[in-house]
Design a protein around this ligand. Structure first.
Ligand code: ADP
Ligand code: MG
Length: 264
């Protein structure tokens, strides 16, 4: 395996500002194949922005992102993007899928059609093949039997599992999750985390923004704490959660455990 293939995702010196607000300040991150990275940090620390840069939903100002063998650097302001750069961005997108806090299902389509649509429209699969694939991945997230339902008739946990099935059916090499359980009632969080834990066990490479510290402690290979646009601390969960070095991380974790005291 060449050095270039060693990582599923690599961020080199990633900078991103919104006007005067510098949100990412030279982020360096390496994610290995099959690794599960949990990204934690306070509100506004740049977690979503970082995922959105990886998925090309945001541009960035400086630095480089590699997804597998495809690398793309910052777009030069005011310059036309080279077709080579544009191609690299699009090529990398084939390998990355993102699941959001809000499930973003199409309300007018059945569960089955929601999962089939990207397969027929983006991947251009024949309808029969798309349907088979969609049914396979709906089964995988425990939703066999719900194919003909509409999103509005499902619980939040079920809707999020449809969104996960829709992403999985694109067979990405990396899955990004941005607080996938934050919009759910507490009793529905577990079913979504179970699906994600199964994916981790199967070796899916994942970057997960989450406030579910128990889940992160169990499933993450690496926990990354973002504060004010820098990686303040990173390491295995045993180190980050049980023996944090950074005062800011200590403060963040203790606020979290006070807030969650008594919830179990
Ligand atoms: P987190 O996900 O950690 O809560 P975000 O990445 O969403 O943080 O936001 C980081 C900072 O960037 C915040 O100050 C937020 O207000 C700002 N921000 C995010 N998206 C935009 C945007 N599209 N336009 C302007 N500012 C933004
Ligand atoms: Mg966010």
């Amino acid at each position: 395996m060449s050095n270039k293939d060693t990582y599923a995702v690599q961020l080199h010196y990633l900078w991103k500002s919104f006007g005067d607000n510098t949100v990412l300040k030279g982020i360096d991150l390496k994610v290995k194949h099959k690794e599960v990275v949990c990204l934690i940090g306070g509100s506004g620390s740049g977690k979503s922005t970082m995922l959105r840069c990886i998925n090309s939903l945001e541009t960035f100002d400086e630095g480089k992102i590699s997804v597998g063998k495809e690398s793309f650097s910052a777009l030069e302001p005011g310059k036309k993007t080279s077709s080579r750069l544009q191609q690299a961005r699009f090529a990398s997108l084939k390998n990355v899928c993102m699941v959001f806090q809000q499930f973003n299902l199409w309300p007018h389509m059945t569960v089955l059609k929601n999962v089939m649509a990207p397969l027929t429209l983006v991947k251009k699969l024949p309808s029969k093949e798309a349907e088979e694939k969609a049914r396979f991945f709906l089964n995988k997230v425990g939703l066999s039997g719900k194919e003909d339902h509409y999103p509005a008739n499902l619980s939040g946990g079920q809707q999020q599992r449809v969104a996960i099935a829709r992403s999985l059916s694109m067979e990405p090499s990396i899955m990004l999750f941005d607080e996938p359980t934050s919009a759910l009632d507490p009793e529905l969080v577990g079913e979504v985390l179970t699906v994600m834990r199964d994916l981790a066990d199967e070796g899916m490479t994942m970057i997960i923004v989450t406030h579910e510290m128990g889940f992160a402690a169990q499933v993450a290979d690496k926990v990354v704490f973002l504060a004010d646009g820098i990686i303040e601390e990173e390491g295995p969960p045993s180190k980050v959660f049980e023996n944090p070095s950074s005062p800011r991380l200590k403060a963040f974790l203790s606020t979290w455990s006070e807030r969650n005291a008594g919830i179990n």
